[in-house]
Design a protein around this ligand. Structure first.
Ligand code: R5P
Length: 296
């Protein structure tokens, strides 16, 4: 059954794109805050006996998660057959172990919470670092959509003689795939993270690529420090202003302006998180993952 698509506030554009790609109806939902800050949610479309999906990108997740859980629970209570979640950006994937004694392993707790609320989920390039699959922490089916094919298409259309660059070893998975797709060379930088906003990056053997257009690719641009330091180091090695491609445009605090100030060239992202830099539309790719996850 094709699910009825509900956009949580701020997710209307992607929800509309998904509904169009699926040939699905969109549902109406109202949400507001009471004077004391508590959240009011109302589903204005009938959901009894229907499959429904909520679209909610989970950047800055603490404000979004509780309203999302209220909406999902309301749908179930109103008789929905199955309740799914499309979270193009899935939060709380990075604290995946106890680095210091006493720390909460938030990725596990968050996964448990969402797995109780939804029958299935779809996300885009979740930050699986020390985990190998979503099934290690999520107990419901999770469809994983990859942004790499769309990033490759964008690079083919927009960059002449690209040199793809991963700012750290984790980014090699995306950079290698995209490099193969676009038939371009790639290299990976050496990053050491010393704190939330403190990273060191070493660039090696870049000199012979000076005639290429550097394209930095990473999954998450959060504080932006990784990309900022990478841009500065690359410029110091005499390459042209790097193009930056991020899957998830979190851009916390002043990250975007810092990147521009650091000397980045073009900055683009996918539309997993609404942002002015969204030039790579994943609606069709996400709709495809949804079909595979929810309609089978
Ligand atoms: C590393 O774990 C991720 O792939 C990104 O490199 C990281 O999340 C970027 O964070 P920030 O923008 O805060 O340096």
């Amino acid at each position: 059954m094709t699910p009825q698509v509900f956009a949580m506030p701020g997710n209307e554009a992607l929800a509309k794109g998904l509904a169009t790609a699926l040939g699905a109806d969109t549902g109406a939902l109202a949400m507001r805050h009471f004077p004391d800050g508590e959240t009011y949610v109302r589903l204005d479309s009938a959901v009894a006996s229907q499959d429904v999906v909520f679209v909610c990108s989970l950047h800055r997740p603490d404000d979004k998660t509780l309203p999302l859980l209220f909406a999902a629970d309301a749908a179930r209570d109103l008789g929905a057959r199955r309740v799914g979640l499309v979270a193009p950006y899935l939060a709380y994937m990075r604290q995946d172990r106890r680095f210091q004694p006493g720390e909460a392993i938030s990725s596990v707790t968050f996964a448990r919470m969402l797995s109780r609320a939804f029958d299935w989920m779809v996300t885009v390039d979740p930050h699986l670092h020390r985990r190998t699959s979503m099934a290690e922490i999520y107990s419901v089916p999770v469809g994983v959509c990859h942004a790499a094919p769309n990033i490759s298409s964008w690079i083919k259309d927009n960059v002449v003689r690209p040199l793809l660059i991963g700012p750290d070893s984790e980014s090699e998975q995306w950079v290698r795939t995209v490099a193969q797709d676009v038939n371009a060379p790639f290299t990976v930088l050496e990053k050491t993270r010393r704190g939330d906003r403190d990273v060191e990056i070493i660039v090696r053997n870049i000199e012979h690529w000076r005639q290429h257009q550097p394209v930095l690719i990473d999954d998450i641009i959060s504080s932006g420090r990784t990309m900022e330091v990478a841009v500065k180091q690359l410029l110091a090695h005499g390459v042209p202003p790097p193009t930056i491609v991020g899957v998830h445009a979190v851009f916390a605090e002043d990250a975007y302006s810092r990147l521009l100030a650091a000397g980045a060239g073009r900055i683009v992202s996918t539309n997993t998180i609404p942002h002015a830099s969204n030039e790579i539309d994943l609606s069709i790719a996400v709709a495809h993952s949804l079909s595979e996850t929810a309609l089978t």
